[in-house]
Design a protein around this ligand. Structure first.
Ligand code: ADP
Length: 193
């Protein structure tokens, strides 16, 4: 299975990505986690990534592609991938589509998890109060939601036009979201063939 999870901050793509990976056997590749791991190495590139993440700005496309591409290529060769948070801009989507076509491993579906902004904000503030990430503070959360709407939002029509968008209501308990995603995916031809 080769999937992409498209969702605003707080929609639950990390949780759902892990569950989908366990269910399907495909590898969960979380862009934010890989970038945070690179940031922790503390080198020049790591410091640059950390600065973007701390502000809630997107890391530049070329850096993201350099960090993510090896993981995607490896997972594609080993039975599939669940991409969580990548691609997140139209140039990343185009680059990812070219890479996938070259490797013969194009996307089966783009799962779009959506929820209202007030629900997303509350979830991220709750995560912050439980010792969450350093970018889970009110002003950075608002900025991340704006960046999402401006830069990642256009990927919804992009994948709709390609006929692979699967939209799921993420304003439900995690188990209900998982059940909806699984039932929607089970109806797709690539899983039943
Ligand atoms: P969330 O989506 O909840 O904000 P993530 O862990 O997916 O959490 O992303 C955290 C941060 O990592 C983003 O604000 C951004 O700085 C960076 N990031 C993650 N994925 C990408 C990407 N595909 N392109 C650019 N930056 C990214």
């Amino acid at each position: 299975m080769r999937l992409l999870l498209l969702a605003p901050p707080g929609a639950g793509k990390g949780t759902q990505g892990e569950r989908l990976a366990a269910w399907s056997g495909a590898r969960h590749i979380a862009a934010g986690d890989l970038l945070r791991a690179e940031a922790r190495t503390g080198g020049g590139l790591g410091r640059e990534i950390a600065a973007y993440q701390a502000r809630g700005d997107l890391v530049p496309d070329q850096i993201v592609l350099d960090v993510l591409t090896p993981a995607v290529v490896e997972a594609a060769a080993e039975g599939g991938y669940i991409l969580d948070g990548f691609p997140r801009t139209l140039p990343q989507a185009t680059a990812a589509a070219e890479l996938a076509a070259r490797l013969g491993v194009t996307l089966d579906a783009a799962v779009y998890l959506h929820a209202p902004d007030d629900v997303l904000t509350q979830r991220l503030l709750d995560r912050a109060s439980q010792g969450g990430r350093s970018d889970d503070v009110a002003d950075v959360i608002q900025h991340r939601l704006r960046v999402y709407a401006q830069t990642t939002g256009p990927l919804v029509p992009y994948y709709t036009e390609r006929g692979i968008l699967v939209a799921v209501d993420a304003d439900q308990p995690p188990d209900s979201v998982t059940a909806d995603v699984r039932s929607r995916l089970s109806g797709l031809p690539f899983l039943t063939s």
